[in-house]
Design a protein around this ligand. Structure first.
Ligand code: ATP
Length: 365
């Protein structure tokens, strides 16, 4: 078990900065997701925490101890990669016991420990089988087993399910999460899949171009994105933006969009310029009494819900409504919004304005 803290950690490769100065804390026992698009610096951040890459500057603490000069092998952590490397000439049991025996544990103690872990993973009847003939999922379980037997302080996983097909991936994701809940070891998990991060993580760090955009609980990040990038990256369809030019007075609870007054959570910030009103698809209400209208340009049936695409005076937006509601292409629909769910963004820097609803939800690296 371990608390991991990174403080002002930065990584440069030559003149390229892969990770800008970042700080966040992973609490003991958390399942912690590093999330972002390809190339945003997730793996580099993970590798620095694990001791496989040295930061250019900044400090990393495990359980309060600064570990900058410690190699990976001295940090008492276990790495699980996407392309899990098993020893092909050894059977499952030997693959799992190898790390223990090479640490000096007796064969009989190692076998006992391997059996315990194999039972947790449901692979106890495979211990004598060669790894060569195993399915992808079973190989992944063996790789996990090999990491778990050592009882490390923390697990570091880099897209461990990336090579699996969609259905099995979901199953393994559930298994991994359940395993974590049983064992309680701190787990840091890299993924570019926002759904995986939302489903599995206790906390999520969202990164973009080497910058920590926000970190927090999945629901905080979904409900109160700190930046437009986070708002777009999390959720499908992503948050809508109604673009407008205007001003927001500090402590006001209304904005004027093309002559229409819209209620918002009381804004602590005031700003003048290009703004966006962010609204999630499920928070758009079809409201005959509203004179703010959008024209239906597409209807997408998804079973229990449908996605309605609307052209508004302030851009195209997508709404998610129940599928039993009849909506036709070309229809003009009055729209209203649930004020408590709205986020205003300053388009100059892409950041959310602080309001009574979201204050306290923003943690930047
Ligand atoms: P992916 O999911 O594609 O692996 P990522 O978010 O994990 O993306 P990183 O692997 O951390 O991204 O890479 C961040 C950036 O740093 C990328 O532009 C990558 O090309 C660059 N980079 C990573 N390692 C090195 C290296 N050893 N030398 C030079 N550039 C590197």
């Amino acid at each position: 078990m371990a608390q991991i803290r990174i403080e002002n950690v930065r990584k440069e490769f030559g003149s390229f900065t892969a990770v800008q100065s970042s700080s966040f804390t992973i609490e003991d026992g958390e399942f912690f997701m590093l999330l972002g698009p390809s190339g945003c610096g997730k793996t580099t951040t993970l590798r620095m925490m694990a001791g496989l890459e040295l930061p250019t500057s900044g400090e990393i603490f495990i359980d309060g101890e600064e570990v900058g000069m410690k190699r990976a092998s001295e940090r008492d952590i276990a790495f699980v990669f996407q392309m899990f490397a098993l020893y092909p000439h050894m059977n499952v049991g030997k693959n799992m016991s190898y790390p223990l025996i090479s640490q000096g544990m007796s064969r009989s103690d190692a076998q006992k420990r391997v059996l315990e872990v194999a039972k947790i993973l449901g692979i106890e009847d495979m211990l004598n089988r060669p790894v060569g003939g195993l399915s992808g999922g079973d190989r992944q379980r063996v790789a996990l087993g090999r990491a778990i037997v050592r009882e490390p302080k923390a697990f570091f996983m880099d897209e461990p399910l990336g090579a699996l097909d969609a259905e099995f991936r979901e199953h393994m994701a559930e298994e991994l999460r359940a395993l974590h809940d049983r064992m309680g070891a701190t787990t840091v998990y890299v993924t570019h899949d926002q759904l995986e991060a939302m489903q599995m993580g206790d906390k999520i760090v969202v990164m973009n171009h080497g910058v920590v955009e926000q970190f927090g609980k999945p629901q905080e990040i979904y409900d109160w994105p700190a930046t437009k990038f986070v708002a777009q990256f999390i959720g499908s369809p992503s948050m809508n933006f109604l673009d407008f030019s205007g001003n927001v007075e500090p402590n006001s609870n209304k904005v004027k969009i093309d002559g229409h007054v819209i209620d918002i959570p009381t804004s602590r910030d005031g700003v003048v310029g290009d703004l966006s009103l962010g609204v999630r698809p499920e928070h758009i209400k079809f409201d005959d009494s509203s004179d703010y209208k959008g024209e239906v340009i597409a209807v997408e049936y998804l079973g229990t819900t449908q996605i309605i695409t609307l052209q508004t005076p302030n851009g195209i937006i997508k709404s998610r409504i129940a599928s039993d509601q009849q909506v036709n292409n070309g229809e003009m629909i009055g729209l209203s919004f649930d004020a408590r769910t709205l986020t205003l963004f300053d388009n100059k820097n892409g950041r959310a304005l602080v309001s009574e609803a979201n204050e306290g939800a923003f943690n930047y690296g």
